[in-house]
Structures are given as structure tokens and as C-alpha cells.
Design a protein around this ligand. Sequence first.
Ligand SMILES: Cc1cc2nc3c(=O)[nH]c(=O)nc-3n(C[C@H](O)[C@H](O)[C@H](O)COP(=O)(O)OP(=O)(O)OC[C@H]3O[C@@H](n4cnc5c(N)ncnc54)[C@H](O)[C@@H]3O)c2cc1C
Length: 380
Amino acid sequence: MDFTLSKEQRDIVRAARKFAIGEFPDRALEFDREEKFDLDLWRKACELGFVGVFIDPVYNGAGMGYLEHCLISEEFWGVDPGIGQAILSATFGSELLLLYGTEDQKQLVLPKLVSGEAIIGTAVTEPDAGSDVTSVRTTAVKDGDEWAINGSKMFTTNGTIATWILVFCMTDQENPSRHERHSFFLVPTDRPGFKAKKILGKTGIRASDTADISLRNVRVPLDHMVGKQGEGFHELMAFFNRTRLHICAQAVGLARGALDESIRHIKERHQFGAPLASFQVMQFKIAEMATWIRASRNLYYEAAWLVDQGRLDHALIAMAKWFSAEMAVRCADEAVQMHGGYGYIDEYKVNRLYRAAKVLEIYEGTKEMEKTIVSRAILG
Ligand SMILES: Cc1cc2nc3c(=O)[nH]c(=O)nc-3n(C[C@H](O)[C@H](O)[C@H](O)COP(=O)(O)OP(=O)(O)OC[C@H]3O[C@@H](n4cnc5c(N)ncnc54)[C@H](O)[C@@H]3O)c2cc1C
């Protein structure tokens, strides 16, 4: 197996790094402190072709693999996780449409995501349904030639800025299998009854929009169901098997950012008449971080490569997700430690990395849920 990047992939990495280094650092602190984002930056990333690279050319995408999307994410998250998330999560849901959407749904949504005209989100989590997605209670009931949707969603990324949200709803309450009761709907956010309220006070990735959503008799046409009725749970798992790879890339990017900052700092900072880098304890931290990053990257490259080969391995994806998330948290923690008191101040990049890292162990499947998937695959 050869994981050497092709020339095209190396060019993408170089271009993504150049864009991120040129655009993010001057604005990262302001966006983080003020919990805001400038959508012009997302539009610029779209113009330069960084958004939705895995979308098929028939929908104006670049038709690349999911790995290329991950490579861009690594570079963006290495410079600033909040801005990286704000830009690249603008397509969060397109993976589901590509897998299960009708041709009309794809034509309606995907070209606009690539061109920077629209943003999408996916709302599964509810106040009483987090890790256990089968307990989602938002209902979609058929009424004439429409579906009527009622319920509440929590923590929806892009909730206040998206043009569409894919909403995971209960449609088949009576089905004896709790895995066959739910379905997805493409909900335009301008429908009467749709309300989104921005959540403020997140620990990290504060440039990224997160919202509570309320749906009160929101009506969508029958053809806005995505996928098959009652198959939503299985579709969601297939969706996560793509998007969790993206989380691995976020983790590796963040950890690389933490490593680079640490190397720079310990070479510059002197204590006891010598650079911090001359102390073996610091050298070992660098060695450990570099090794953890390499191991995480190899794990997720293999998982992404298998997906792009049509040989998805869900246990390998779960391994890569929890391992890279824990690795990122550890690297960010060590980076703050090596910065001493400076690392505790938000003006320092390692502080933003430290606060951003924790979410990687929580969203799109907590590390405990990922370990459950892995242990079930092993133990049966
Ligand atoms: C910034 C951010 C963005 C998000 N974006 C989205 C989004 O766009 N769309 C969306 O739908 N959701 C989103 N989420 C929600 C996220 O996916 C959930 O927070 C996550 O799935 C966990 O659910 P929960 O918060 O309800 O925690 P819970 O499920 O209540 O879990 C709490 C703790 O209990 C543990 N636990 C639960 N069940 C078990 C078990 N059986 N065995 C062992 N341990 C268990 C968990 O691992 C966790 O440690 C986002 C969250 C955040 C913070």
C-alpha cells in the first residue's frame, strides 16, 4: 500500500496551506473572541475551489476523493480550527445527498454549495437524543402532498446561516425495529415555522455557527424526503462513515499546528541560560507528538483510501476517529504546557488549538461511541 501523495494532491495541500496562512492568522483572534465569521472568506475559499472538492463534476464539483477534502481540512485546521470549520463544514450534509439524494435534490443543492451561493447543515441531535440517535423524536407526518415537521434540534452546525438543513425525523414510530423508524428531509430554512437561535459561549471553534433549531409545523413537499422512508438510521451511519474521516483530518491538522507552534516556541524561549529545546523533557514531548500525529495520519489515510476504493471499513474509521481525537487533545495539551503561562492566554494560537481540540472527542460520535463500534466489530 502506497500512501505517497500524488503531484495533484501535493499541489492541493500547498495551495490550501498558502490560502490559510495568508488569510486566517490576522482574523482568528477576532473571530474567536467575538464568536463571528466573515462569510466573504468562505466565498473566497469557494472561488479558489477548496469547498466540496469531493462533489461530482456534474454538480460543478472537482470530482476528487474524500481524501482530498481531508487534506484541505488538515491545512486549514493547522492554521485555525474555527475558520477551518466555518469554511469546510459549509457542505456538511452534501455527503448524504451524494449517497441518497434524488437527481433533482442534487441539482438543486450541490452546485450552490460549490459556488459559494449556499450553505447546508445536518440536524440529528436533540435535547433528549444525543449518542442514541434512535431516540430522536422530531416527527414528520404526511399531510396531503406535504410533510409536516415538528420538533427541536440541538447543536446544529450552520443552523443560522444555512439555506437548507437535512433534518432527521421520526416517520415510522410503530416499526418494531428502532433502526427503521427515521427518515431524512431537505428543509429550506426560509419555511414558516423554522427558527434557529445561535449558541454562544462554545469552548472552541467559535468562528463556526452552532444553533438550536425549532420546527413548528414546517411543511415541505413530498419530494423533499432524502433517501428511503424508515432507512434514515442506516443512511446516517453511512454518512458518518464519510464525515468522521473529516474529523480525523481536523485532528491531525490541529495537532500539526500545535507541534509547529511548540517547536518554534521552545527554540526561541530561553530559561536557565539555554533554549527550552535543549532540555530532554521538551525533546521527548516533540518526539511523542510527531509520532502520535504520524500514527493518526496513517490510520485515517488508510481508512479514507479504502472509502475511495469502494471498500469502506467502518471499524477502521471508528478507530481512526477516536484515536486521532484523543491524540489532538494530548498534543494541544502538551503545546500549552510547553508555552507555560503564555499558552493560557487566548492571544496565543496554542490556546485556541487547546480549546478547539475537545470537540473532536464529542461531535459526530463521542470517543466512547467510537470505541463501542470498534469493540463490537472485534467481540461481535
Ligand atoms: C460544536 C458542536 C457542533 C455540533 N454539530 C452538530 C450538528 O451539526 N448536527 C448534529 O446533529 N449534532 C451536532 N452536534 C452534537 C453532537 O454530535 C453531540 O453532542 C454528540 O453526539 C453527543 O451527544 P450529547 O451531547 O447528547 O451527549 P450524550 O449522548 O448525552 O453523552 C454524554 C456522555 O455519555 C457518554 N455515553 C452516552 N451513551 C453511552 C453509552 N451507551 N456507553 C458509554 N458512554 C455513553 C458519551 O460518550 C458522553 O461522554 C454538535 C456538537 C457540538 C459541541
